[in-house]
Design a protein around this ligand. Structure first.
Ligand code: UDX
Length: 468
């Protein structure tokens, strides 16, 4: 019988829980494997048979440092299945971690979340309900919406029951997903029931108290202190997630806007960012000027919170401007190529980096998509290289007629210019003098400000960064 049913106030921290996680994307899979590693009995559910088949065979469906290792050792605690129904009766918690894509008007498509809620309502035991936890990034009010969908399904069955829906937004960042799960800054829980808080606290107890032995692939960072537990209402928890992402996206757009001014006045934005980031009130993170933010979260979540604002007649002007600055930022690379190459039509441009950021194969809303599309539209030949994301890019954009290269060197060979769009570490250590020799002309546009301009200029390159 689920612990949840008879749970009163404090729970035994050592008790292991039965957890069902629906959705095996970055959030669901990472959370599932981490909770399994901590000893809970986890069932990861996904409707996509090909994903479950792969995970069952120990093959990760996403690239994420440390994930393969955890997957390999997960046999005893983690089960993968297409069908959650068999696992619901025993579940203490059901975590919803399915996708919440954008609609064309910026609103969030909740159909996957609602479908999971319906399935839960159709199959759960009303006499012994699990705690439902929303981990997907969802608009304000979704915890209530999930509650009412489940209730509706129970009523269809002629049943009723007391159950609770909590909000537990996820802050992991791709490329460091396991690290952020095991060593978060904070865990946010929104609920209206003390038992829900207790159960979630129990689930995260090893993380909150850091009592686990770190996995070899994900060591505990030196000096890491215990994460804070923020307990609040579901609505505040939902808003915390959007506010965090809107703030970080705005911080990047802010520095990108000043990068444009820095270029005009002859300052170096890298120095400026360092100079302001040392002020503890500002902080050094998310001040790297560059080609702009992308990924599966910032663009979608910024659009979503703008939509929510508009529904409440509350225009979020700063966030709106952050989005516009970001759209302008994507165009900077083309402008810089026009300034240096002059004529783009007929030229060959090497592109280094397709992923929206390093250490991931995720290309969703990557700046590379717009830059490459524009280059192709302008008549350039594009030779692209990415250490991990090439295949995903090729599958997602089969219509883009570009040459996929096996190495950075390949991409540079006989190119008229090179542009860096993702700050993969390997790009820092390339033999730049040799690369320069293989190019038709030595032009480099460093969209991530990751290289030493002095070194490249010394090797005969025309170097252009962002805001330098
Ligand atoms: C983000 C949030 O950081 C995370 O907390 C949330 O859960 C999901 O969204 P993620 O999208 O994985 O995570 O990547 P992040 O590292 O935040 O970078 C987002 C984008 O901003 C990337 O395109 C990155 O290149 C860009 N970026 C980041 C900058 O341009 N400059 C910076 O200083 C930092």
């Amino acid at each position: 019988m689920p612990i949840w049913k008879g749970c009163v106030e404090l729970v035994k921290a050592a008790e292991k829980l039965n957890i069902v996680i629906v959705g095996t994307g970055y959030v669901g899979l990472t959370t599932g494997l981490a909770l399994g590693y901590l000893g809970h009995r986890v069932t990861c559910v996904d409707k996509a048979k090909e994903i479950i088949d792969k995970l069952d065979r120990g093959i990760s469906t996403i690239y994420e440092p440390g994930l393969e290792e955890l997957l390999r050792d997960s046999g005893k605690t983690v089960t993968f299945t297409e069908n959650m129904i068999d696992y619901l009766p025993e579940a203490d918690l059901v975590i919803i971690a399915v996708g919440t894509p954008s609609k064309s008007n910026g609103d969030t498509d909740l159909s996957f979340v609602e479908a999971v809620a319906r399935e839960i309502g159709q199959a759960m035991d009303p006499a012994s309900p699990p705690l439902i936890v929303n981990k997907s990034t969802v608009p304000i009010g979704t915890a209530r919406r999930v509650q009412s969908v489940i209730k509706e399904e129970l009523e269809h069955r002629g049943a009723s029951g007391n159950f609770c829906v909590a909000s537990n937004p996820e802050f992991l960042s791709e490329g460091a997903a396991l690290h952020d799960t095991f060593y978060p800054d904070r865990i946010v829980v929104g609920a209206e029931d003390i038992q829900a808080f207790n159960l979630i606290r129990q689930m995260y107890a090893p993380i909150l108290e850091q009592t686990f032995t770190p996995p070899q692939a994900v060591p505990r960072p030196e000096g890491y202190s215990l994460p804070a537990l923020v307990t609040t209402s579901p609505t505040s928890a939902e808003l915390i997630k959007y506010t965090a992402n809107a703030f970080l996206a705005t911080k990047i757009s802010f520095i990108n806007e000043f990068a444009t001014l820095a270029e005009k006045v002859g300052a170096d934005i890298v120095e400026v960012a360092k100079g302001i980031g040392l002020d503890k009130r500002i902080g050094p993170g998310f001040l790297s000027a560059g080609v702009g933010w992308g990924g599966s979260c910032f663009p979608k979540d910024v659009r979503s919170i703008l939509f929510t604002g508009s529904q409440y007649n509350c225009e979020l002007q700063l966030v709106q401007t952050a989005l516009e600055v970001n759209q302008r930022q994507h165009k900077k690379i083309i402008e810089k190529l026009q300034q240096t190459l002059k004529v783009i039509r007929g030229s060959t441009v090497g592109v280094l980096g397709l992923a929206f950021k390093p250490n991931t194969d995720d290309i969703r809303e990557s700046p590379a998509i717009n830059v490459i599309r524009e280059l192709l539209d302008m008549g350039a030949r594009v030779k692209a290289y990415d250490p991990i994301a090439r295949e995903k890019y090729r599958q997602a954009y089969p219509d883009q007629d570009l040459v996929y290269c096996e190495s950075a060197m390949d991409s540079a060979r006989e190119s008229d210019a090179l542009v860096i769009l993702t700050d993969w570490d390997e790009f820092r250590h390339l033999p730049w003098a040799e690369i320069g020799e293989s190019m038709s002309s030595k032009i480099i546009i460093d969209g991530r400000n990751m290289l030493s301009s002095e070194d490249l200029i010394r090797s005969g390159f025309i170097y252009s960064g962002i805001g330098r």
